[in-house]
Structure formats: structure tokens, C-alpha cells
Write a protein that binds this ligand. Structure first.
Ligand SMILES: [Zn+2]
Length: 256
């Protein structure tokens, strides 16, 4: 079985006590790579430490998360840009718009998102998009900057059929599917029938969103297995085929 965990915060303090075991379990489960999205300036040293410790296995992205866009957004953004100038990254992420938690900085979130979309073109990198209650707004920003020059993933997709179709209308964009697909109250398995695996990559969003049977517990990359199993049930193919197709999608998108 091959899997790439395309979105995981395993550099966070939840993993301080057993990160080596977490990585060993991921390798044993067939996880080939773990991609690490940044959050903001405060997460930089943890992100780089983990990426350095598991070089070529845990691969960092760089970006400013929308929930970290506040009064000091300009200096946050400047520091994040500085990182891009000095190191190499697999993607710009995670970036986007989040109107679920707080709408105070909605305009700033949009500006910061579009600015980072422009960076992705400048550096030739894909983007990992965080969108919460803001799919239409995110798509508008992508269209403002230039959808034909951008490529990326809408991570942690859990939306409606209409939202799915609006994302898929952007040719170079995929859906990141995680443990939410295994939740009993999720309509995602029905929604996903409107597309096929060619537009899907697998992720955890660890430490959040653990799949059933670990729902509510800390998530980790080896649990991508449960996401793969659910996808194989939805599309009526084997786990191995799901692993093969989604891994190839991830390799292509992230130039792995
Ligand atoms: Zn994330």
C-alpha cells in the first residue's frame, strides 16, 4: 500500500513525546511522505525542526494561515516571505480564508491569500488552501489571481455538491480528503460520488479530525489507512488501487 499524507501538523506539541513512534507507524502503514503545512511565524521553528529530523520524509510547506491574520498581518507576511527566499518548500500552505471563527479581518484575509497565491506563481509551487465557510470567496481570489497559472488542493474538503463542482471547475485543483469522510453524520461519501479519484488526494490534518474508529482522539499519519478504506468502499475498488491513484495525484501536484 502506498499513501502520501498531504496535510499534517505532526510537528505540533501534541507529538512531542512520541514523534519517532508516530513516524515509524506511518512508514509501517505505507505512508511514503508526510507534507507539513505551516501556520504562522510561531510555528516556524517546530516545522523546520521536524522537517530536518525526518529529511525527505516530512516535507515542509510555507505560508500564513487565515486564522493567524490579525493586526500584525503585515509583519507575519514579511517573515513568511523571507523564509521562501532562504529555503526550499514543497508548496505554499496553508493559506486561504476562514469566516467560521472570526470575520473581523475578512478583507485582510483576502488580501493575504491573494498575495500568497501570487507567490505560488512566482516560485512555481502548488498551494494548500484552507477554506472554512468561504469556498466561494476562495474561488473568487483564485480567479482574481489567475486560475490557469495556479494549481493546488482545497484541503479538508467537506462541502456540498455545488461546492465540489465549483472547485472542480478550476482545472488544476484537487480535493484533500481526510477522516471526515468516515464520520457517520458526513454526507461526503454521497457528494464524492460526483467526481472520481483523479481529483482526490489523501490527508490527515493531524492532530485533528481522526477517522473512525479513532474519532475524537489525536490523529496521525498512519490513520490515512482508514480514509483509503472508506474511499475504496465509495468507489468500489481495492485499497491498493485507491493508494496508487491518490499517491500518483499527490506526486504530480507536489512534484514529488
Ligand atoms: Zn492544517
Amino acid at each position: 500500500m502506498k499513501i502520501i499524507d498531504t496535510h499534517s501538523h505532526i510537528y505540533s506539541e501534541e507529538f512531542d513525546n512520541d514523534i519517532d513512534d508516530v513516524i515509524a507507524r506511518a512508514r509501517a502503514a505505507g505512508v511514503e511522505k508526510i507534507l507539513l503545512p505551516n501556520v504562522d511565524v510561531s510555528s516556524l521553528s517546530r516545522l523546520h525542526d521536524t522537517a530536518g529530523r525526518y529529511k525527505d520524509y516530512c516535507i515542509p510547506m510555507m505560508g500564513l494561515h487565515p486564522t493567524s491574520v490579525g493586526e500584525d498581518w503585515q509583519s507575519e507576511l514579511d517573515t513568511i516571505k523571507q523564509q521562501l527566499k532562504t529555503r526550499s518548500y514543497i508548496a505554499i500552505g496553508e493559506i486561504g480564508i476562514d469566516l467560521y471563527w472570526d470575520k473581523t479581518f475578512e478583507q485582510e484575509q483576502k488580501y493575504v491569500f491573494e498575495e500568497q497565491l501570487r507567490w505560488s506563481i512566482e516560485y512555481g509551487l502548488p498551494v494548500a488552501i484552507h477554506s472554512r465557510d468561504a469556498i466561494a470567496e476562495c474561488i473568487e481570489c483564485v480567479r482574481n489571481v489567475g486560475p490557469e497559472k495556479l494549481r493546488g488542493v482545497f484541503h479538508s474538503f467537506g462541502g456540498s455538491i455545488e461546492e465540489l463542482q465549483s472547485i472542480l471547475s478550476l482545472e488544476n485543483f484537487l480535493l484533500g480528503i481526510n477522516g471526515v469522510v468516515t464520520f457517520k453524520n458526513s454526507t461526503l461519501s454521497t457528494v464524492l460520488k460526483q467526481t472520481d479519484l483523479s481529483r482526490i488526494v489523501v490527508e490527515t490534518d493531524a492532530p485533528y479530525l481522526s477517522p473512525v474508529p479513532y474519532r475524537g482522539k489525536r490523529n496521525e499519519s498512519s490513520y490515512t489507512l482508514f480514509v483509503v478504506q472508506k474511499l475504496s468502499e465509495i468507489y468500489g475498488i481495492t485499497d491498493e488501487e485507491v493508494g496508487e491513484i491518490t499517491t500518483n495525484n499527490a506526486r504530480k501536484l507536489f512534484n514529488l
